[in-house]
Write a protein that binds this ligand. Sequence first.
Ligand code: BES
Ligand code: MN
Ligand code: ZN
Length: 485
Amino acid sequence: MIATAPLALKALLDSAADLAVFAYEDGAVTGAKSLPAKDRALLAEKLKEEGFKGGAKDVARVDLPLFGKPRRVFAVGLGKRKSAGAEAFRRAAGILLGAVRGKRETLAILCSENISALAEGLTLASYKYEEYKKGDEDKLKNLYLVVQDPAARASTEKTLAKVALYAEAVGLARDLVNRGPSDKTPQSLADLAETFSGAGVTVAVIHKAQAEEMGMGAFLGVARGSSQPPVMVHMVYTPKAKTKKRVALVGKGVTFDSGGLSIKPAASMEEMKCDMAGAAAVIAVFKVIARLQPKAEVHGIFAATYNMPGPDAFKPGDVLKAMNGKTIEVWNTDAEGRLILADALCLAAKQEPQIILDMATLTGAVVFALGSKVAGLMGNDRRAVQSVIAAGKRADEPYCELPLVEDYKEHIKGNIAELLNISKVRGEAGAIIAGLFLQEFVGAVPWAHLDIAGTAFSGGDYNSYTPKGATGAPVRTLLEWLEAL
Ligand code: BES
Ligand code: MN
Ligand code: ZN
């Protein structure tokens, strides 16, 4: 990914860099205050001649002498000023990157507002998934944000460093989710997690035998159909300053979901390499957590396994027992995410955190309900739910809360065991049913559940800064959330 660097206005005068500006629909160019009035007028006139109106997605290219040199200037629209927040800047930045990456080598951007969103949009848009083939080489090598006020240099540098950290985490989550399913075995994810151990971070890998001793029967039940052994990974970040705050992040890491014996139809299986996106988000957070330095102790737990229909696969009708002793009647082996999370949540609750957040590509139902741009959110605690919504607003990763309807608990009461893993009432409230099931394993710990089945992976156009495939959601939400603790 391309990083943005600050550039002093003075240095711009010495360089022949191309320029970029952003403009609102009312014609006002943001960040152009460093241009002399006559240059500003000339630029506005040229843009007008090009028919550029500043609408969202509008792009124009004009040539004119600015800052003492003939330059090419790219302009990107932000839309109406009133509705243009951080997300408009992220998207405009993505459009700018698309317009210049193959054409120009050095670009200096004039901007005075939403610098963080702008840099984030540029960097996230420049992501390419290259583990199996190299993409087209970008011509763009140097990307500068012009710091017009020398006093703002330090704060800009800080902003850009934070953006780079966020982008590094998003990039890792995208890489892991995009990777072919046979190339991301549970053990390989554990190996990656172990590389994060060091200052402030410890990593414990719970293998099958230990998981058995710990009573993780639900998790191990799902793993039985695969020849690849499962792992439960428990990472802990301890801040330098002593604190009583403790939170846990829990991720679903189904490294491929075939459905198991309740096998999926071929078309539904195509994207099931994305079924470890929750775990990928937790892993991504831990890659950067020692540098992010949140103020709380953070536990990162992920349960990783394939869901396969191998010879010893668990079967519809089987009864599994989770770590908290609850028994579960399996009616459908494709509702496996809630089973592995059951034990991961028990392990998280045992750490006695003040909040647990879990993230999982859990249900097709949430995709029906909310589509690919909004994730489902449920929880047993107002503060936990609200804090995720607020962090999601800062990241522009939206959430919609769904109610954990008490009455529906009836639908997952088992016949021969305590719980069923799917609802007796078919085709209704699937995302809520899954949430109600998970709730059985957090005890009294405040908890929120993010159903990211729609948002973690995109089959097509998502937005200008999110290429097709893994989106990296909900990594930025989690980083924002941790920073606010
Ligand atoms: N991994 C899937 C959910 C999913 C669907 C993720 C679409 C990403 C995109 C999950 O394990 C699953 O199969 N859920 C079933 C549950 C059903 C059997 C109750 C579903 O949603 O169909
Ligand atoms: Mn499934
Ligand atoms: Zn699944």
